[in-house]
Design a protein around this ligand. Structure first.
Ligand SMILES: [Zn+2]
Length: 224
């Protein structure tokens, strides 16, 4: 994993690292400190920083605490925006009309929501795989929506592309970046400069998408 950080130079003698409330990493360094030295410091505290930036509960309030029942007025992320939940009587299907209309029968537990998200992921993400593959001129065997927890996407040695259903909570430019990233591995296996050039050419929002994932990854990892 690569950690992004911001450096602030100041008239002081020591190097310090802090994690801001929004989970961004800030290094304060004496004026004239070599970037390499700063990078080494960040590198040496990588595990600690990883912990700090991942322990979301401490930094960002969660929109929906895990395990809690859904109630009217709470919201869930979908395609990069938070939409409110409205509980209605009955036990029909979950519907989406610029808000989630959720029959009370599904309110207590998450499987119905998860199924809904997975269905949306299949409907909206898989066609992106097909069109980006066409544009990149690559062929894959099969594209699937996967249920792994910690990877947004992967490309198997058998040329199957698997995308995490949780991506459906992210904006489309993030989905596109992950799709293009995995497809680009069919051309170039490693994260070489050539690889990143390929990704950038097809997903111009790449840097923004990476930053988005770094900031909001934990939100996607939640069950709902
Ligand atoms: Zn990769």
């Amino acid at each position: 994993m690569e950690l992004n950080y911001k450096t602030i130079f100041a008239k002081r003698k020591t190097l310090t690292i802090t994690v801001e409330r929004d989970r961004s990493i800030v290094v304060t360094a004496p004026e004239g400190t070599a970037p390499e030295k700063i990078r080494q410091l960040v590198e040496s505290r990588k595990l600690w920083l990883y912990e700090k930036t991942r322990h979301v509960q401490k930094y960002d309030p969660l929109p929906h605490p895990p395990g809690k029942e859904l109630v009217t007025g709470e919201s869930l992320p979908y395609l990069g925006r938070l939409y409110r939940i409205e509980l209605v009587e009955g036990d029909g299907e979950i519907r989406f009309e610029q808000k989630f209309i959720v029959p009370r029968a599904h309110a207590g537990q998450s499987p119905a929501f998860r199924a809904w998200f997975i269905a949306q992921a299949e409907e909206k993400i898989l066609p992106r795989v097909a069109s980006h593959a066409r544009n990149l001129g690559v062929a894959y065997k099969e594209a699937k929506i996967g249920q792994g927890k910690y990877r947004w996407g992967s490309c198997t040695p058998q040329d199957n592309v698997i995308l995490n259903w949780r991506l459906i909570k992210a904006p489309m430019f993030v989905i596109d970046y992950v799709v293009v990233h995995e497809l680009a591995h069919l051309i170039e296996q490693n994260h070489t400069p050539r690889f990143w050039n390929i990704v950038r050419s097809q997903a111009p929002g790449m840097d923004k998408a990476k930053a988005w994932l770094q900031k909001n990854g934990a939100l996607l990892e939640q069950e709902l």
